[in-house]
Design a protein around this ligand. Structure first.
Ligand SMILES: *Cc1c(COP(=O)(O)O)cnc(C)c1O
Length: 341
């Protein structure tokens, strides 16, 4: 199939409409077969559960072209599993895991012309999501739901190399203990918008959220988990019930242990320890790892030894190894890469 005439290298991270999307409806207690459709618009009740009480969950993953020219996706089974956990927490029906993977594969296949070529740095971002679409006015779960998958080509996250960013310790909380911080739900993002707009106005790239109960432990940013490296080369990543279990972070932990032979600690991380780390990065599907060069805690500044010019050496190795696995330059662990074609 021919590729669309897109300037892949100069694509940003914005929505570009592609040809087909997958839609399945949940009615009378069951999901229908689902189908690929061309219509990119949705018509729902003015009283839909999603519009009134934010009953919606989502996932994010990418399709890309490997060195050998195959189109692949990375660990979609974990997205399927996580969407299930998110749906259950918001009293939504579970979309079966095998059907989830099937829907993602079908949607990518149908939009093959938008999968960026190898080496462009661009990828096809895949957004599966589900929402309550039947009318709800008294507070309760909706009775009907829609599951959709659309794709949109996105540009290289780092144009001209990954530059370390500066983040601030936020005055806002992201997630309460026993709350919804560990699910991928739009509601966690709605309430983070004021915090990120404020941080940007103050000249920071991102927020570091601390645990809401004690404000002593590192949680995550609005949309990425933390990974630190100690001065003796150990990888440390925060463990908490209120952070979102990032698939990138979990994969980097495996890469650190099994490919690079590094020691990894998944544990509570006190903010007081952060000044002693050598490197810091943010992990998520979009960027894999964004290096953090500086953290500002109300005027007290932590400058990591890795500096503001380049990724730290261990972060770089982790980044190169995971992206090498994803792009087919290195052998992947069993089950990590799903070949679409
Ligand atoms: C999606 C997300 C991440 C990153 O998860 P990945 O599976 O690595 O993309 C981290 N934090 C939050 C809050 C998220 O929503």
């Amino acid at each position: 199939m021919g590729k669309k005439n897109i300037d892949w290298e100069n694509l940003g991270f914005g929505y570009v409409k592609t040809d087909k999307r997958f839609v399945s409806n949940f009615k009378n207690g069951a999901w229908d077969e689902g189908a690929l459709v061309e219509d990119d618009t949705i018509t729902i009740s003015e009283c839909a559960g999603v519009l009134q009480y934010a009953q919606t969950v989502f996932e994010g993953l990418k399709a890309y072209t490997t060195e050998k020219g195959q189109i692949v996706i990375f660990r979609p089974d974990l997205n399927a599993e996580r969407l299930e956990a998110s749906a259950k927490r918001l009293e939504m029906p579970v979309f079966p895991r095998d059907k989830f993977i099937d829907a993602v594969v079908k949607t990518v296949e149908a939009n093959e012309a938008y999968v960026p070529p190898y080496g462009s740095g661009a990828t096809l971002y895949i957004r599966p999501y589900m929402f309550g679409n039947s009318p709800v006015i008294g507070v309760k779960p909706a009775e009907e739901y829609q599951f959709r998958v659309f794709t949109t080509p996105v540009g290289p996250y780092f144009k001209g190399g990954a530059k370390p960013i500066t983040i601030k310790v936020s005055d806002f909380d992201r997630a309460a203990p026993h709350g919804t911080g560990n699910i991928k739900a739009g509601l966690n993002y709605a309430m983070s918008l004021h915090a990120i707009v404020t941080a940007h106005e103050e000249g920071f790239d991102e927020n570091m959220y601390l645990d809401a109960a004690t404000r002593t432990k590192v949680e995550e940013t609005g949309g990425a988990n933390f990974l630190f490296v100690t001065k003796d080369g150990k990888v440390v990543t925060p463990k908490s019930d209120s952070i979102l279990p990032s698939i990138t972070r979990r994969s980097l932990v495996a890469v650190a242990r099994d490919y690079l032979g590094l020691e990894v600690e998944e544990r509570e991380v006190y903010f007081d320890e952060v000044k002693d780390f050598a490197e810091c990065g943010l992990c998520g599907t979009a960027a894999v790892i964004s290096p953090v060069g500086r953290i500002n805690d109300h005027g007290n500044v932590i400058n990591f030894p890795s500096g503001m010019d380049d990724m730290g050496p261990v972060t770089k190795k982790l980044y190169d190894t995971l992206t090498g696995i994803q792009m087919g330059r290195l052998d992947a662990p069993e089950g990590w890469i799903k070949v679409i074609k």
